[in-house]
Design a binder for this molecule. Structure first.
Ligand SMILES: Nc1ncnc2c1ncn2[C@@H]1O[C@H](COP(=O)(O)OP(=O)(O)O)[C@@H](O)[C@H]1O
Ligand SMILES: [Mg+2]
Length: 284
């Protein structure tokens, strides 16, 4: 599959410091890619460069076959963006906001209806955006990004501050877009979200890309042959991470499994473990 996003040696300096430092990765067509990292790691700066909002200091990137600097105008026609920053007119209704975005792209009116339907915005279409809760505002922003039917969708922390139900709803929307072949790049702090949703993730730490793989590969590489087990013993909750290559492992596991109430046993770590190891010491 061709790459929809190509990033090569991308670097952005603000004064002396490199906010994004020699970052390279590709995102395939139809892939849902997660960019992870603590505050200040360079996620937003990367997304801003990929969406034509700031110029890279050096390196190159293309989105949907268009260079983000030299092909910026053509690129903007192919992408949708959902940013943390308010991108909506608060005094206009949901519907009016979507029609403005649609007109900007010269897209057909039916796209607005599709976006309203897809995000479940029907009951709110006449409401002023300023009267909406954060969750509904966020859905309106996603709908707004979709009215141009973008090939590539960028979402900067789309679920930050949403309650779990609103976040789940948004996950469902992203999954259905993925089914339709839309390429997506999202940033998040939420490792559970990233592990469940993303085909591959890149972890940024102080501007550098320190990991790039599927969540399953990253977890397996860190975890090795090891099981985690939690059980009740003598009235207290016990927990162990047992390396399977240890001589005592079979005996311990057999004893716990045969004699105690096991609450949890699993063979994998979490993406959060990987993330913590690679970004330790940074602002959370
Ligand atoms: N416009 C700017 N001017 C100066 N420094 C900036 C600017 N934008 C971002 N930075 C700095 O670049 C680094 C990366 O920021 P950012 O990309 O926003 O990180 P993230 O989105 O991962 O939290 C931070 O140290 C931030 O302070
Ligand atoms: Mg950010």
């Amino acid at each position: 599959m061709p790459a929809m996003i190509e990033v090569e040696g991308l670097l952005k300096r603000f004064g002396q410091t490199a906010a994004v430092n020699d970052v390279s990765f590709d995102v395939a067509e139809g892939e849902l890619f997660g960019l992870l990292g603590p505050n200040g790691a360079g996620k937003t700066t990367t997304v801003r460069m990929l969406t034509g909002l700031v110029r890279p200091t050096s390196g190159r990137a293309s989105v949907a076959g268009c260079d983000v600097v030299h092909g910026r105008q053509a690129m903007l026609r192919e992408i949708g963006v959902v940013f943390e920053l308010p991108a909506l007119y608060p005094r206009l209704s949901v519907e009016e906001n979507l029609h403005l975005a649609r007109a900007l792209h010269g897209a057909p009116r039916t796209n607005v209806e599709d976006a309203i339907g897809r995000l479940g915005l029907e009951p709110y279409r006449q409401r002023q955006v300023r009267s909406l809760s954060k969750g509904w505002r966020q859905r309106t922003m996603v709908a707004r990004a979709l009215v141009s039917r973008p090939k590539v969708l960028f979402l900067d922390e789309p679920t930050s501050g949403l309650d779990p139900n609103a976040a789940r709803l948004l996950h469902d929307v992203l999954r259905s877009l993925r089914q339709e072949g839309v390429t997506m790049l999202l940033t998040t702090h939420d490792m559970v979200e990233a592990a469940q949703l993303c085909d591959r993730v890149g972890i940024l730490s102080q501007g550098k890309l320190v990991a790039l793989d599927t969540p399953a590969h990253l977890i397996a590489a860190q975890q090795g042959r090891r099981v985690r087990i939690r059980w009740w013993e003598g009235g207290s909750l016990r927990e162990a991470a047992v390396p399977l290559d240890d001589a005592g492992a079979p005996e311990l596991l057999l004893r716990v499994l045969s004699q105690h109430q096991v609450l949890q046993i699993d063979t994998t770590g979490t993406l959060d473990d990987v993330y913590r190891r690679l970004t330790s010491g940074e602002e959370a």
